[in-house]
Design a protein around this ligand. Structure first.
Ligand SMILES: Cc1cc2nc3c(=O)[nH]c(=O)nc-3n(C[C@H](O)[C@H](O)[C@H](O)COP(=O)(O)OP(=O)(O)OC[C@H]3O[C@@H](n4cnc5c(N)ncnc54)[C@H](O)[C@@H]3O)c2cc1C
Length: 399
């Protein structure tokens, strides 16, 4: 029988949440082992569009200068489009600089770069190794080894093994919505262009230009008819049917009816996760493992980095003997995410009722102040509670 290896912190998963937690803990001088299932970076179902709030978080981690230029492509706005042709642009307070712009991220550059930063800070990283199960302080790896850690961090995404073995996984509130995602080639010249969020009957598709001459396509199938079609026709035919529903726009880089895919269509189902608790006696969850509602309001990446920051502070205190630190993390994260989750659920309620969504979209299109506020809330640049202020609701919904 192999010996058990003792570590201070074991982080399961090397996506943005796991890498950011590792960077912060290793910089505090902690002994950190991170294990990542993939042997090398590979395209998987994940998001690329994010607001300036995430760019600020990346800069705070030390991602800047030419690295940021390589990883992030500035997008002037996110254009939301309804099935009836109403359009409005969310600019997130953009002032022309990369630090204040929404961006499309190259995840094949971002994720490995964050792992490099974690490694340089002193984290030991093992790739091509998955955590199979977690019991108390002990994790069993796919290579047969066992690790005993004072804290185990679940940064393992939507289908978290750490959350599963802690018994906290619950059914997501929006049901079993699948998502499909891939990139298409964008021929030069690579002009600055808006991201688009195109709502169609029964779902929506996000089109986000990213570095390297590509556009990321992210499709969410919200209704049962589309889910049935996915089951019967498969991912490629379903994605093609959705692409045919995208209206041509003057600044489109390619015809969406005949895109040239750059990578395989990857899926996630459901594209959400919900947990009953985000920490326990000797474990905690960060990023998607700690809960994710839906890509439409795009908070996943920002939340991954913010939860990593809170987690690193809590773990540091826990290792110094503060027995309440991990429970305090759960409360702090719940406090920070509750109002934004309520906004996201409200947006989903409007999306679920096409006449109501059209009504709200027309008002957002014609009321610039309300639109600006909405963009700041959705982009995590203003407190989410702003969206429940009666003055804001009246300004948005009055005829
Ligand atoms: C289709 C889709 C569209 C999205 N669109 C957006 C968007 O536009 N904007 C936005 O902000 N967010 C979006 N998101 C969410 C965003 O992708 C996530 O919030 C973000 O990637 C979270 O990072 P993470 O590190 O928590 O998880 P992930 O990025 O999923 O990383 C988890 C890592 O853990 C590894 N792993 C999993 N299990 C194990 C195991 N047992 N052992 C070891 N390693 C393991 C995986 O290989 C992976 O590398 C979208 C998500 C999807 C699926």
């Amino acid at each position: 029988m192999r010996a058990v290896e003792d570590r201070q912190v074991l982080i399961v998963g090397g996506g943005p949440a796991g890498a950011a937690t590792a960077i912060r803990l290793a910089r505090r001088g902690r002994d950190v082992l991170l294990v990542e299932r993939a042997a090398s970076w590979q395209w998987r179902a994940c998001g690329v569009f994010t607001s300036p709030a995430t760019v600020v978080e990346l800069q705070r981690l030390g991602v800047g200068g030419p690295d940021l230029d390589r990883i992030a492509r500035r997008l002037p706005a996110m254009r939301v489009e309804t099935p009836r042709g109403t359009r409005f642009r969310l600019t997130y307070g953009a002032d022309g600089s990369l630090a204040a712009a929404s961006v499309g991220l190259d995840r094949s550059a971002l994720d490995p770069h964050l792992l490099d930063l974690a490694r340089s800070a002193g984290t030991e990283i093992r790739t091509g190794v998955a955590v199979r199960s977690v019991h108390g302080e002990r994790a069993t790896l796919s290579d047969g080894r066992a690790i005993r850690a004072r804290v185990i961090v679940g940064a393992d995404g939507l289908r978290s093994t750490v959350a599963r073995d802690a018994g906290v996984v619950r059914r997501p509130p929006l049901g079993d919505r699948p998502a499909l995602t891939f990139h298409v080639a964008e021929p030069p010249p690579l002009a600055p262009r808006d991201a688009r969020m195109v709502v169609f009957d029964g779902g929506y598709v996000g089109l986000a230009p990213v570095p390297g001459g590509r556009v990321n396509v992210g499709i969410v199938l919200a209704d049962a008819a589309w889910r049935e079609r996915l089951r019967s026709d498969g991912a490629a035919a379903t994605a093609a049917a959705v692409m045919r529903r995208i209206p041509m726009a003057g600044d489109d880089p390619v015809p969406w009816t005949a895109p040239e895919p750059c990578d395989a269509i990857e899926g996630a189902s459901p594209v959400a996760a919900r947990v009953a608790a985000r920490s326990g006696r000797d474990w905690l969850l960060v990023g998607d493992a700690a809960g994710f509602l839906d890509p439409f309001t795009g908070e996943g990446l920002h939340r991954a980095l913010r939860s990593a920051e809170l987690a690193a502070i809590a773990i540091d205190r826990h290792l110094d003997g503060d027995v309440a630190a991990l429970a305090a993390y759960d409360r702090a994260l719940t406090r920070r995410t509750r109002a934004k989750d309520a906004v996201s659920l409200l947006v989903q309620a409007f999306l679920g009722s096409p006449p109501a969504f059209e009504y709200a979209a027309r008002r957002l299109a014609s009321r610039s102040e309300v639109r600006e506020t909405m963009g700041r809330v959705i982009g995590d640049l203003a407190p989410a509670s702003t969206a429940f202020d009666p003055r804001f609701l009246v300004a948005l919904l009055r005829p």
